[in-house]
Ligand binder design. Structure first.
Ligand code: PLP
Length: 379
């Protein structure tokens, strides 16, 4: 998986390559489906399938048997509809002003999070003489989106407000499911069970990738993994049964020897403490390597892997380039034109995130848009 790209298959001048293994994506979905069965496993494909390309990921997942997709926006739903004509497509951002007809026209299912949205979608239903499908999002403690307990109680007193809608799903979202010991998990489970019982009977969904690892009680009827599908490890407490889907490689442009005391890169934040060999690599923050993974003396940053050996970033990450210390590496590995792993079997999404003070999710969704993309498998 993390083999460097095959030069013969690349356009001339390629500086970096993002490789997406669609067979792994499908295998991950199948493994997560098994984990939650008999509950159904959906696929969250918002943000262009977490940056990996909805145009390739959605057909691969549909081919593996996935029939339910979650996106954030109407535009993402329209794209998903073209790729998966028969799937259920839920829109997490709900109904924005004026968007109801377009949502219904593509058969997307908005996730309604407020009384205002319920009113707007019901008015559209009434005006169009239809009974469109909708999902209800209740807030169980995240305090981001979702009907409050007060909103749900108000609906129980005026159930006709939901009369025009075909409520297909009642869902909520966990705040701290990446840590199995966090007391919020059980507290949110209890709130969800209570609010759900007050609403019309419909399928229920509580867990994203991390919540799926918390056991059966968190699975309900439908699980909503995103990050784990793409090979991320969402939980600090459990290993998800998934394998990496994405690897990123970039080329070494130049090797130079610098004397002790020389600084490397913008603002000279790193100085060689010994005679050092520096490799300059054709990848920078414009390619998704966070500038926060820069390193000064005493403050380590990110790492790359060359021929399986780790090499630390030294100095500032710039727009198009990083510099790494390869003093300890065998000469044969560090030639101009050689490939360096930025993400893959040696450098995980989680490690790359931690090195930049962020999470693997942010690394994944910002990966190399000017890099060449290779999709493997998926047919
Ligand atoms: C993004 C999102 C998910 C998927 O989360 P992952 O952690 O990537 O699995 C599920 N549900 C909601 C409401 C989301 O916003």
């Amino acid at each position: 998986m993390s083999r460097p790209p095959d030069d013969g298959a690349l356009p001339p001048g390629t500086t970096g390559v993002v490789t997406v293994d669609l067979d792994r994506l499908r295998a991950n979905w199948c493994a997560l489906s098994k984990l939650v069965a008999p509950a159904v496993c959906a696929a969250v494909v918002k943000a262009d399938a977490y940056g990996l390309g909805a145009g390739r990921c959605i057909p691969a997942l549909a081919g593996a048997g996935c029939e339910t997709f979650f996106v954030a926006t109407l535009a993402e739903a329209a794209a998903a509809r073209r790729l998966a004509p028969d799937a259920a497509i839920y829109v997490l951002d709900g109904v924005l002003p004026g968007a109801a007809p377009a949502l219904a026209a593509i058969g997307a299912i908005p996730v309604l999070s407020s009384q205002h949205e319920i009113r707007a979608y019901s008015e559209f239903a009434h005006a169009s003489g239809s009974r469109p499908a909708a999902a209800l999002h209740v807030c169980s403690g995240l305090n981001r989106l979702g009907l409050t307990t007060g909103d749900v109680e108000a609906l129980t007193l005026a159930p006709e407000r939901l009369g025009g809608l075909d409520v297909r799903l009642v869902m909520s979202h966990l705040a701290a499911a990446d840590n199995a010991d966090d007391p919020m998990n059980k507290a949110q489970l209890a709130v969800f069970e209570r609010l759900r019982a007050l609403l019309p009977a419909a399928r229920a969904s509580l867990s994203a990738s991390d919540g799926m690892m918390l056991g059966k009680r968190f699975h309900f009827d439908l699980a909503r993994p995103g990050y784990a599908l793409y090979g991320g490890q969402p939980s600090r407490s459990f290993r998800a049964p998934v394998a990496p889907v994405v690897s990123v490689h970039a080329r070494i442009l130049q090797i130079r020897d610098v004397p002790a005391g020389a600084s490397v890169g913008y603002s000279g934040i790193w100085r060689a403490e010994r005679p050092s060999r520096i490799a300059t690599i054709a990848a920078g923050y414009a390619d998704g390597i966070p500038r926060a993974s820069s390193a000064s003396n005493g403050t380590p940053g990110g790492k790359v892997a060359i021929g399986g050996h780790p090499a630390p970033i030294v100095g500032r990450v710039s727009m198009d380039l990083i510099t790494v210390d390869v003093t300890e590496l065998p000469d044969g590995l560090t030639q101009p034109g050689a490939w360096v792993e930025l993400i893959g079997s040696k450098i995980t999404l989680e490690e790359a995130g931690a090195a930049a003070g962020t999470i693997g999710y942010e690394i994944l969704t910002r990966l190399g848009r000017r890099f060449h993309r290779i999709y493997q498998g998926g047919a």
